[in-house]
Design a protein around this ligand. Structure first.
Ligand code: ZN
Length: 460
C-alpha cells in the first residue's frame, strides 16, 4: 500500500486469520503521490485495521498514523520504547508543519474566494494517536493474539529502529515473515550494528541503496574537522550544516564533542538551532540501550556525548534570529537536511552570498530541493522567492548515511539460510535501484525475488 517502487509512504497490509495488520503507516513525501492524495486516502478502511506494527519513527514510516486514527482506527500500535518516545515529538512536529502549511495555503484561498482546506491532522490528533501505542522491547516474543506473534530486533538505522519478525499460524501452518524496515549501517558512529534475526520464510526487504557503496565514517570526521578549520579559522566565517533533526544532527554533535575532548576542535561557538533536533537529542540520551560499545566507552570519560562547553541547543526563535547579527566564526547545525524547510533557510539567506562562509552538505537531498541544487553546484538559487548568488563554499560529504549500502544489506541477510527462504519482496526503493539490487541478490544465490507494484496483492 506504499513504498512500492518508491521510497516514501511505507505501508504494508497483511491479512491473517481474518485480522488486518499494517506494517508501518508512513507519509508519502514525493510530489506524484501527494498529488494523488495518498496521505488522505489509504486505499483501505482504517477502521478495519486491527493492529499496526511500527518499524521506526521516521515520518515516511510513521507520519500517517494520526490520519489513520482520525479516520476511524481503533486498534493497537506496537513499537519499541525509543520509537514511542520519538513519535511523541516527531508526530507533533509533523502536525505543526501540516497546520502551518494549510494556514499558508488558506490565506491565498481566502483571496481567491476558494473553500478553505483542513490540515491532514493537527497537534491534538498527534497527541490522541499516542494513546494507541504499546511498547515492546527488542528480542521479546509478543503474542498479539492466538496465531499472531512478533518480535523486534535492532536494525541500527535510527535509535529505536527495528526489523519486525512475525510468526503467523493459519490452518495449523506456521509462516515466518520478516519486514526489514530501514536497515542501518555496520560501524555506525553511535548505534549498534544491525542484529541477526530468526529464519524467515518470506522477507519484505528495503532497497534504498541497492545500487550503492558508501565511504567509511572515519573519513567523515577528518573532512568535518578540515571544513571547521578552513571556514572558522582560515576564512573566519560561519560553517552552516543542514542536517536531519534525528540521527545526522547527533552524529555531527558527537563527532564535534570527541574533537573537543581530544583538543582538536578550535574554541568557536557551536549551535544546534532547531527545536525538533533539541528534543530528538534529549530522547537519544534516554536510550543508550541502542548505543554501540565505542560510544558507551567514550561515555565513561564524558557522560554526555551530545554536549560540551561552547555548544548551545536553541529552541526559541528569537535566539535563532540573533545569530544573524553576529559576524563571528561559528558552527550552525540546523534542520531541515534537504533545505526545503526550517530555520536553516533563514541562515542560508543571510550567509550564502559571503564567500568566507561554508555550507557543508552531509545528507541525502531529494530532487527539486534547495539542498540538491547546492549539491549540484548551482551558482544562483532561490530562497523564499528571492534569487541569491552562491558565493559561500559548498562542500559535500557523502559518507554520512543512515541506510546500509548493498554490501551491508547483504551482510544483514547473511544470517538466513537461502534454501529455507521462499521469497523476497523488495520495497522502499526506486525501481532502477531495485532492479540492480535484485540482480545482486540473485548473484548471491537468493532465488525468488519480486518487486511488487502499488496495491499488488500476494497470497503466500
Ligand atoms: Zn528511516
Amino acid at each position: 500500500m506504499g513504498a512500492a517502487r518508491n521510497v516514501t509512504g511505507s505501508r504494508h497490509l497483511l491479512n491473517i486469520n481474518g485480522k488486518n495488520i499494517l506494517l508501518d503507516c508512513g507519509m508519502f513525501q514525493d510530489r506524484i503521490n501527494i498529488k494523488a492524495d495518498r496521505n488522505w486516502n489509504f486505499g483501505f478502511d482504517p477502521a478495519t485495521i486491527d493492529y499496526v506494527i511500527l518499524s521506526h519513527a521516521h515520518i515516511d514510516h510513521s507520519g500517517c498514523l494520526p490520519r489513520l486514527v482520525k479516520s476511524g482506527f481503533k486498534g493497537k500500535i506496537f513499537s519499541t520504547p525509543a520509537t514511542m518516545d520519538l513519535c511523541i515529538v516527531m508526530l507533533a512536529d509533523s502536525a505543526r508543519i501540516q497546520e502551518s502549511d494549510t494556514k499558508y495555503r488558506n490565506k491565498r484561498r481566502i483571496k481567491q474566494g476558494k473553500e478553505l482546506l483542513e490540515p491532514l491532522y493537527t497537534e491534538n490528533d498527534a497527541a490522541q494517536t499516542m494513546k494507541f501505542f504499546e511498547s515492546v522491547p527488542y528480542r521479546t516474543k509478543f503474542e498479539i493474539e492466538k496465531g499472531i506473534s512478533f518480535q523486534f530486533t535492532d536494525c541500527g538505522h535510527i535509535i529505536g529502529s527495528a526489523a519486525i519478525h512475525l510468526e503467523l499460524i493459519e490452518n495449523k501452518k506456521t509462516t515466518h515473515l520478516t519486514y526489514t524496515g530501514d536497515i542501518g549501517r555496520y560501524h555506525d558512529l553511535i548505534l549498534k550494528e544491525p542484529d541477526t534475526f530468526p529464519q524467515a520464510d518470506y522477507i519484505l526487504c528495503e532497497s534504498t541503496y541497492g545500487d550503492r557503496l558508501h565511504d567509511t565514517t572515519e573519513d567523515a570526521a577528518v573532512l568535518l574537522l578540515e571544513a571547521v578549520r578552513h571556514t572558522c579559522i582560515e576564512k573566519k566565517g560561519k560553517l552552516l550544516i543542514p542536517a536531519f533533526s534525528l540521527g545526522r544532527t547527533q552524529e555531527i554533535v558527537y563527532t564535534l564533542d570527541r574533537m573537543r575532548t581530544n583538543g582538536l576542535l578550535p574554541k568557536i561557538p557551536v549551535y544546534v538551532d532547531s527545536p525538533l533536533s533539541t528534543n530528538a537529542t534529549e530522547i537519544m540520551r534516554k536510550h543508550p540501550e541502542g548505543f554501540n560499545s565505542d560510544i558507551l566507552k567514550y561515555m565513561e570519560i564524558d557522560k554526555d556525548p551530545f554536549g560540551f562547553v561552547g555548544l548551545e541547543f536553541i529552541r526559541e526563535a528569537e535566539i535563532s534570529k540573533s545569530l544573524n547579527n553576529s559576524t563571528d566564526p561559528c558552527i550552525i547545525i540546523s534542520a531541515s537536511g534537504m533545505l526545503d524547510a526550517g530555520r536553516i533557510k533563514h541562515h542560508l539567506r543571510n550567509n550564502i552570498e559571503d564567500k568566507k562562509n561554508t555550507i557543508l552538505m552531509v545528507g541525502f537531498c531529494a530532487e527539486h530541493t534547495l539542498g540538491r541544487a547546492l549539491m549540484n553546484g548551482e551558482k544562483e538559487v532561490k530562497i523564499f522567492g528571492d534569487l541569491f548568488q552562491v558565493n559561500a563554499d559548498v562542500i559535500v560529504l557523502q559518507s554520512y548515511s543512515a541506510h546500509a549500502d548493498y554490501k551491508e544489506m547483504l551482510r544483514f541477510l547473511e544470517c538466513q539460510d537461502k534454501k529455507k527462504l521462499k521469497q523476497i519482496f523488495l520495497v522502499h526503493g526506486e525501481i532502477n535501484v531495485q532492479e540492480h539490487w535484485k540482480k545482486t541478490l540473485m548473484a548471491e544465490g537468493f532465488t525468488d525475488i519480486v518487486i511488487p507494484e502499488f496495491q499488488d496483492t500476494i497470497e503466500i
